[in-house]
Design a protein around this ligand. Structure first.
Ligand SMILES: [Zn+2]
Ligand SMILES: [Zn+2]
Ligand SMILES: [Zn+2]
Length: 179
């Protein structure tokens, strides 16, 4: 579900050459420096395309922000929250588009909701389907919205999967928080 790709900025080496001036700018020299795109790991993580907006980040005729991915077009950490934890009291990290803080709390159980997907043709305009969603709230500014729940995500994470994801730098702090 998560793809590890060679970092395109350092070709997977984790190191980039930068030019630096020496002798008051009379000479330029290349020095190796840690690649900041991948933080020296040599790889970047590519999250799969968001199934709700198909990678567009926007939904429907109104071009509303897709809340499944928060407009990024790719599944984020929310997709890894196991279904059993999609309930009030679970926290996860996501950037708030109102106050730019990073922490959200789930504040509802899973609820059913009619949803219109993004469409290309007019006959699709009336197509609605029932999706599940949960309501979330920014813990800093109180901004709330609903996030649709994809049936393909929210699996129970085995200890191996948890370890692999954390090795790849995915923040899974919601796995450890209890209230
Ligand atoms: Zn890199
Ligand atoms: Zn989306
Ligand atoms: Zn906020």
């Amino acid at each position: 579900m998560l793809v590890k790709k060679n970092c395109p900025f350092c070709q997977g080496t984790g190191v980039r050459m930068v030019y630096t001036s020496v002798l008051f700018g009379l000479l330029k020299r290349q020095i190796p420096t840690t690649c900041d795109e991948c933080e020296g790991n040599g790889y970047v993580l590519e999250f799969p395309l968001c199934p709700f907006c198909e990678g567009q980040g926007l939904i429907g005729n109104e071009r509303e922000l897709c809340r499944a991915c928060n407009g990024t077009g790719r599944v984020d950490t929310f997709g890894f929250i196991p279904r059993s934890k999609l309930k009030p009291g679970t926290f996860f990290n996501r950037r708030c588009d109102k106050c730019h803080e990073n922490r959200f709390e789930i504040v509802s159980q899973i609820e059913e909701h009619k949803m219109t997907r993004s469409w290309e043709r007019e006959e699709e305009l009336r197509q609605v389907e029932i999706v599940e969603q949960v309501k979330v709230r920014c813990t800093s500014c109180g901004h709330t919205y609903n996030i649709p729940v994809s049936g393909d995500w929210h699996q129970d994470l085995t200890p191996e999967m948890t370890g692999d994801l954390e090795d790849m730098g995915v923040n899974l702090s919601f796995m450890y928080e209890k209230r």
